[in-house]
Each structure stands twice: as structure tokens, then as C-alpha cells.
Write a protein of this length. Sequence first.
Length: 305
Amino acid sequence: MAGEGLAVEVAGLKLRSPTMNASGVLGMSAPLLKRVYDSGAGAVVTKSLGPAARSGHINPTVIEVEGGILNAMGLPNPGIEGYLEELRELKGEGVPVVASFFATTVPEFQSDAKALARAGADALELNLSCPNVGGEPGMCAADALSVERVTRSVKQVVQIPVFVKLSPNVTDIAGIAVAAEKGGADAITAVNTLKAMAIDADFRRPVLSNVTGGLSGSAIKSVALRCVWEIAEVVKVPIIGCGGVSNWRDAIEYMLAGASAVEIGTAVMNHGFEVYGKVNDGVTRYLSDNGLGSVSEVVGLAHKR
Ligand code: DHB
């Protein structure tokens, strides 16, 4: 459980530890997210919720590749209304919940944000960066002005912190992060999955029904770390690192690059729910071995030359 010095404050949210699950991997069932919390995570993050129920893409939607997982689920979810009961259940258990969500239009973003805040979400994470739904909610994260506008519209209607999750599939992620900050983002989550694909040599076809998908896991860690680094050079708001964290050393590297907390997703598949507790223990040990009193003393240290 949370050791001394492990507590962090992210955008006004006091968390007992700097680890969370990454949106998506464990879906959103309350009992599974509760297990993440019981392992020591500071908060849990739901799979992205949308304005209406969606069944997602047809199979195959997930495949294991070298160093990670490739998925194109197509944002399946029960719709925000269909999830509120589950959210209340988690809140009833005392679990801090970050509700990830997406929408297509500004009014939808606003009404969804209000519904999630009313149901007790402790923070929102705007998924502006799913690589798998061309056109519609899609890659708003590729356009700085859209990111700023959507962020501002959500900030106008809720009091709780708003994290904006960015895509690595852009030319200038630092510029997009600045736009999110201008729009009022309370934190930046960096990053979502990398757009990728797999082809089956025997069938001579793409493996995923959607052809392309989002790559997660250790294969993307150095890309995601570079994104956090670049963002940390230009924004003041806290950064939540995400991408290929599977042990305490990865988490510390993200903190040194500028992250105040990390989200762990794919590693749960290989290491089980215990991964959150193990990363926390390793971070605690690193702090004491290096004479550091808290995670906040590590954040951004690698930038100080
Ligand atoms: C999906 C959504 C994402 O944001 C992502 O990074 C990968 C997959 C999806 O549901 O398809």
C-alpha cells in the first residue's frame, strides 16, 4: 500500500500514490477497477465513454505483437447514461474515479461532462485521440484549435479537474499541449496509443478488422517518454505519463521527464493487478535510496542541467 512520500497532487486532486490504470485495458466494470485500486493505484480511469452506446468493431479487435498489444476496439461502451450506476458503485467504495470520455460535437462534450461530474467523477479525461474511428470523434487531437476549443467548452461546464489525453500521432505534440493548456486543461495525459498495424503472412491480409489499430506496451515507451519530455518543456500544468510503464524504473523515468503520475495499462496483462503496488513500492524505495522526500521532488529533474 501507499508508502511515505508516495502521495501526489495532480491538478488539485490528492492521490495516495502516483499510479493509475490507463483507460481501456480493463474496460470499465466496477469490480475490476476496484481491484486496480486495491492493488495501490491512486485513482482508476474508466474506458472511454461516449454519448450513446456503441458495440465497437467486429473481431479481430486485439492482437499481441512484439513488445505490446495492438487494438482497434472501436470505442465500445454502454453510453454515459448506461454507465452512471457503475460509476456510483465505484464512488460508493471510496475509489477516486477519472472518467474518460469522447464525443463528436461541442454540445455533446458539454452534456456528457456535466453528467459524469454530477454522477461523482473526481476528474475527467478527454479522449481526443482514439486512432480507430476515422471521421467522427476521431483525431481531434491532431488539430490545435479543436483541442483548445473542446477543452475550453468542457471547462466551462464542470468544476472538477479536466485532463486532456493527447495523441503521439502528430507532428508537434508540444504545440498541441500548449493549445490544451490555453483551453484550460488542468493536466495533460501523454500519450494515447501509436497508430500501427499487423499483417498475417499466411492469410495475406491485415489482422485487425479495422486494418489499423493503436499500439500500446513497452514497444512505445521511448516514444511516449519523448512526448512527455517535449510537453514538459512548454507547459506548466501537470503531466500524466502513459505508455509502456511496467515497472518502477519506467515510472521514475517518466517522472524525471516531467510526469507527476503515470498510467499503467498493457503491463496488467503480463504482470497482473499487482503491478500497481509493485511500481509504488519501487518508487518508494527509489525515493528513500536517493534521499528524496516525495515524488514531486523527482518531477522534471532530468531537465535541470
Ligand atoms: C481504442 C481507443 C483508444 O483511445 C485507443 O488508444 C485505442 C483503441 C478503441 O476503442 O478502439
